[in-house]
Ligand binder design. Sequence first.
Ligand SMILES: [Zn+2]
Length: 140
Amino acid sequence: MTCHVCLTPLTSPITTDVETNHRIHEHCAIERFIGGRWAPIAIPYFTAWYALYPEAKANAHSLSTTHRRVASIRAPSQAAAFHLMQGEVWSPNGEARDLISSLGLSHTSMSVGDILVDRHGYGHLVASGFDFDFIGKVTP
Ligand SMILES: [Zn+2]
């Protein structure tokens, strides 16, 4: 079992996101004042899914058929996550080359056709630059 935020194995201390019921590390949670008390929720994050080929049309009901999960990124917004997934930011010296090729992908920078999935499981398709098209609930 892996943590929904960081995708690494769930080792204690573990907590539960009160909005999604996902089990997460305590260090992957922040507290939000909900219903009169402080309660844990996941740090805002997205998972980044890259298209296997440029024309890949996302299949929201089976995202793995068209896309590969590349990363889980803690970021306050889609634009911030998009920025963090640019090659010059996360792989300035080609560090991601082996990961990218092992996934059968050919691009390091997030670009048109790639998808950010938010903490509620909704997909945001990169349309152009910083514009995203909402594609609804996605299933890996
Ligand atoms: Zn975690």
